[in-house]
Design a protein around this ligand. Structure first.
Ligand code: ADP
Length: 309
């Protein structure tokens, strides 16, 4: 039977401002990047989010479908719109991000009519993936609904993966984020954690917050350094897997998102954790060698199940 993965989160409209002030339209979102790379690696993946009934929402949905991402679980909320951000590049090439997302449709995935159906459907997946950014979308009630959904997934034999993407601006205060991340880590069967995110969030005790779950679940702890290494703790093993140097790092957008996709694809294909981390490094290494989150198909490394090191 095909293993089915659900990625939960938000994809926004992205407008890149050019020097003459005109705007170039794209779209972007961390969990969407992961879904896209999972699909490219041959994994049956659905993106689970909410959009509006406007033309841009439909264009986004169509673009995801064209990438092979399942869109049957995309809820369409009448009269609503997707979130939006503008990327402004200053004279020295430094980029800044500016958001309009408070009323984005994706924030209501776990509220209103249709939410019960989304939750019931999610419980049927083999693997459900969400990030810290996903958590920031839903508010207390939505996060409680998500937590119950995680339990429903696990009750049916499925697994929950959580990636600690932390963006402070998505949270009313740090305490709320700390609590939500703690709960998600405690619920997860697989945690992708970045040392940097954990330190921003919890200070020097950041790593301890995730390491308390060693033994209970699989942990991929991503460190910094160049090239960076990850520490993989799974089933009593604790191994360090260092990335190969990348000749020219062009843009690190989606490095962590693509790493998670290749890691999960390899694990779903039956590869051991350290091997999965190598696949993660290989895809992330290709992604950071190109501009933007999504690399050309021709630049994709081979499928995990067909690779040998
Ligand atoms: P994010 O901040 O998006 O989570 P990370 O900085 O944790 O991304 O990097 C994720 C992965 O991207 C790393 O584990 C590694 O595989 C790859 N990567 C990032 N920077 C480099 C680099 N300088 N050289 C080689 N690989 C890198």
């Amino acid at each position: 039977m095909t293993t089915r993965v659900a990625c939960i989160g938000e994809c926004m409209m992205e407008l890149s401002e050019r020097p003459d002030g005109s705007l170039l339209r794209g779209y972007g979102g961390d969990t969407l990047n992961t879904a896209l790379y999972l699909a490219r690696l041959g994994v049956a993946v659905d993106y689970v989010t909410a959009l509006g009934d406007d033309p841009w929402s439909e264009e986004m949905r169509a673009a995801w479908a064209a990438e092979g991402i399942g869109t049957d679980r995309v809820r369409r909320l009448p009269g609503r719109m997707p979130g939006l951000y503008i990327i402004r590049t200053d004279g020295s090439g430094e980029r800044s991000f500016h958001y309009w997302r408070d009323s984005a449709a994706a924030r209501d995935l776990f509220s209103g009519p249709g939410a019960a159906e989304t939750r019931a459907a999610l419980a049927g997946y083999d693997l459900v993936y969400a990030s810290g950014i996903s958590l920031s979308l839903y508010g207390e009630d939505g996060r409680a609904a998500l937590a119950e959904t995680f339990r429903a997934v696990q009750a049916k034999g499925g697994r929950v993966a959580f990636d600690t993407n932390y963006r402070p601006r998505g949270w009313p205060d740090k305490i709320k984020a700390q609590e939500a991340f703690r709960a998600a880590m405690a619920a997860a069967d697989l945690i992708f954690a970045s040392t940097e995110d954990l330190e921003w969030l919890y200070g020097p005790e950041g790593e301890a917050e995730v390491l308390r779950h060693r033994g209970r679940c699989e942990i991929v702890l991503k460190g910094s350094g160049s090239p960076p290494a990850v520490r993989v703790l799974a089933g009593g093993d604790d191994v360090r897997v260092t990335a190969s140097p990348v000749a020219s790092v062009v843009d690190t957008t989606a490095a962590g998102d693509s790493f998670a996709a290749a890691y999960m694809a390899a694990r779903l294909a039956g590869q051991p954790p350290a091997e999965a981390a190598r696949h993660g490094h290989r895809l992330a290494g290709a992604v950071i060698g190109h501009r933007g989150a999504v690399i050309p198909r021709a630049a994709m490394p081979a499928l995990p199940s067909h690779q040998d090191d």
